[in-house]
Design a protein around this ligand. Structure first.
Ligand code: ZN
Length: 249
């Protein structure tokens, strides 16, 4: 597979899934999503939680309830997915608490969705993130789950039929697995992120996730995004931006 072109015949036929923890996490994969869309690859975004412990821009914390935040974030996800033309699935787990769920329960829930879709590739987070803004326990747990589910996707007797008689049957072959990272040292694949693409991403976030990415605060959050994709200056002094992935399988 070429380093910057993530497209192959089977991807176009079978599609890929992006396994994330929260609505709006897909923005970290935005350059990748744009490239996949261009290549006609169907995308499904799977979110493990609705991010109900987050705040809503302009609403005092004292007025927030889990249900209220969930409702806003579910709607935002729906709009975002419509905008990028992706399908999505919401798994019913609690925000900032994935690590407390029974691992088998998490695995089987995600495994069932992945096996139903039968994607050619899975994207998720590398499970030991090194940048403080993204060192979120839900991201790490999600990335770990994606690894386990990827490995178990083609195992005929996993999960055990005696415990999970309704589990979706195994896939014929394991999907490829790419884990998002800011650790450039471990990355095996990069995807270019041009300036217009970054502008499109910012527009996407402002328009579809206003509760999390306010226009007034754009300078701050866009800087965080740009800092993690920044590469060293090239000879011409241009700062090239990339999304980084470690291919595991
Ligand atoms: Zn997140």
């Amino acid at each position: 597979m070429p380093k910057e072109k993530l497209q192959s015949k089977s991807w176009k036929e079978k599609g890929v899934v992006i396994v994330t923890a929260h609505p709006d996490d897909e923005a970290l994969f935005f350059g990748t999503i744009l490239q996949l869309k261009k290549a006609g690859v169907p995308i499904t975004v799977i979110v493990m939680t609705l991010g109900e412990l987050g705040s809503l821009h302009g609403v005092p914390e004292s007025e927030l309830t889990n249900e209220r935040v969930k409702e806003v974030r579910r709607k935002e996800l729906e709009n975002g997915m419509k905008a990028i033309g992706a399908s999505y699935e919401i798994l019913p787990f609690a925000d900032f608490a994935l690590r407390y769920e029974a691992p088998e329960k998490l695995e089987v829930a995600l495994l069932d969705v992945v096996r139903r879709i039968q994607p050619a590739a899975i994207f998720s987070f590398l499970d030991q993130e090194v940048t403080f803004q993204f060192d979120h326990p839900d991201h790490n747990t999600t990335g770990h789950l994606a690894r386990v589910v990827g490995a178990g996707s083609d195992m005929q007797r996993y999960p055990n039929k005696e415990n999970f008689p309704n589990a979706v049957p195994a896939m014929d072959r394991r999907p490829e697995l790419y884990l998002w990272t800011t650790d450039k040292g471990v990355a095996t694949h990069t995807v270019k992120l041009t300036k217009p693409e970054r502008r499109t991403r910012n527009e996407y976030l402002k328009t579809h996730y206003p509760s999390q990415f306010s226009e007034a605060d754009e300078k701050n959050w866009s800087k965080i995004f740009d800092n993690i994709t920044k590469k060293k200056k090239s000879k011409k002094g241009k700062k090239k931006q990339r999304e980084y992935f470690k291919r595991v399988r």
